[in-house]
Design a protein around this ligand. Sequence first.
Ligand SMILES: C[S@@+](CC[C@H](N)C(=O)[O-])C[C@H]1O[C@@H](n2cnc3c(N)ncnc32)[C@H](O)[C@@H]1O
Length: 261
Amino acid sequence: MTTSEAVNRSQVPEAFDEVADRYDLMVGLNPGYHAHLRASAQVLVDALAAAANAAAGMAAPSTHPVTVVDIGCGSGASTRALVQTLDVAGLDYRLIGVDGSAGMLREARAKTWPANVSFAQGRAEQLADLPELGGIELDAIFAAYLVRNVSQRDDLFTTLLGLLRPGGTLVVHEYSVAGNRAATAVWSAVCWGVVVPLGWVTSRRTRLYRYLWRSVIDMDSVPALRTRLRDAGFEQVRSSTIGGWQRGIIHTFHGQRPKRS
Ligand SMILES: C[S@@+](CC[C@H](N)C(=O)[O-])C[C@H]1O[C@@H](n2cnc3c(N)ncnc32)[C@H](O)[C@@H]1O
């Protein structure tokens, strides 16, 4: 794979290696990037807090910290959003960031984290085989800007469902413009007018950002993604769009593993 070739989905983590040292700079130029991640992280934390409140009323409430995985954690922006929202909620937690890109993980690990945060390298498709997760039932999984990079999304959701404890929560933060002409037009204009040129300025590379445009155009519509989640076995499936110019472009999806399954 040369640096001028188009990226296909299976090569995405390696393509992120090429821009890893410039990724934080790039997303820092995107107004709302971190606030939007926090808004989706809040959906996950609200679900965990509701479960903790329900458990507190039980005869033998759990004393274990909740375990959360941030799949496709990249350089740690989504992990940071989770840490911030989990800390504000006062939850006792263990958080594991997982990514397929060694370069992005290097950037994440170079940051300062609380002792209950760790990172592991692995593909989302093989998450169930990751030694770091061996035998652990997860309370929640966060996937920010990951799902559209996975070709076999039904298999991915089945895997994630199987990793969650009964009642556990999946939150997906993702682009989706299919079926929305206004959102598609705004996305194309911003991507070709701003994102691709900025990618060139920050990293002297554009192929990942050209892939970004195409991957968003090809992504499931919002109703289609909700249907995929339901078909995989998730309950309480709902979605909302975030604010700002990305309204109708970036969405938060929530699903829960059935309490009895
Ligand atoms: C756009 S970045 C988002 C990073 C982070 N979640 C954030 O919100 O800033 C997408 C990340 O997903 C990772 N990724 C893409 N496909 C993957 C896969 N199949 N398995 C694991 N990681 C993957 C990439 O390496 C990259 O770090």
